[in-house]
Design a protein around this ligand. Structure first.
Ligand SMILES: [Zn+2]
Length: 238
């Protein structure tokens, strides 16, 4: 089964090549939005893979960086994002996923996108292994719940900030669903309709499960605490 999950192209490899001397040029900016954050560390994480020359000459990088910084400075935002990723992790596990990795925010550089080369990515979970139990008649719905759980957990569990963060989860689910039906004889329109109805069903089921179980809520909140320091390493070092 060809099932793809959201992936980031090798940030770990990129991270180890960060030129340390390049990180200080933002030092005295952003006093207001970045209050309480270690900006040198923040810049190392979100833009360490982009050259100084590009940063200094292309204002579109700085604009995107500012947006990300503003978002992350909002009270409760990082907790809400960690809850979102913890929701994915819990439900991907139920669908047969394991060996998760969590990646901090980054400004993506999209070489081929000349209109908008820089794009902030707030957080990312990578599913290392995926072994769905295809004997289970609802295995694909479980996968849909994995994709839908991020947004549902963010808005259902207590957080100081309103955040859903699932605008890319929906198209990723559509892609996964199409991949699952790739070898079937179903027409595309029917597969799209299935993806749509399974997404709604998945949201409804995750929501109902969260409402019904305080233990599940507590489990996801505790997982979010562990994940938060992986997603936002500068919060751990202060
Ligand atoms: Zn998500």
């Amino acid at each position: 089964m060809d099932m793809r999950f959201q992936q980031l192209s090798s940030p770990a490899g990129v991270m180890s090549r960060i030129p340390l001397a390049a990180l200080d040029y933002h030092r005295n900016r952003d006093r207001k939005v970045g209050r309480g954050m270690n900006l040198a560390e923040f810049d190392k994480i979100v833009g360490g893979h982009i050259s100084d020359t590009v940063k200094e000459t292309d204002s579109r990088y700085e604009a995107e960086r500012k947006l990300l910084l503003k978002e992350l400075s909002e009270e409760g935002f990082m907790d809400a994002v960690a809850i979102h990723e913890a929701g994915h992790a819990h439900y991907y596990t139920e669908a047969g996923g394991s060996e998760f990795q969590f990646f901090p925010p980054i400004i993506l550089f999209r070489r081929d996108n000349t209109r908008k080369p820089f794009k902030k990515q707030t957080a990312c979970i990578k599913v290392g292994k995926f072994s769905p139990n295809q004997a289970d008649p609802i295995w694909l719905l479980k996968v849909a719940k994995g994709y839908a759980a991020g947004g549902e957990c963010s808005i259902r569990l207590p957080a100081l900030c309103r955040y859903r963060g699932d605008t890319t989860d929906r198209p990723l689910w559509d892609e996964a669903c199409r991949a699952a039906y790739r070898e079937s004889s179903l027409p595309t329109t029917q597969i799209n309709a299935l993806a749509e109805s399974m997404w709604k069903d998945a949201q409804k089921k995750v929501r109902a499960e969260l409402i019904a179980s305080d233990a599940l809520q507590a489990q996801i909140i505790n997982r979010a605490k562990e994940i938060k320091v992986q997603l936002f390493p500068w919060t751990a070092s202060r």
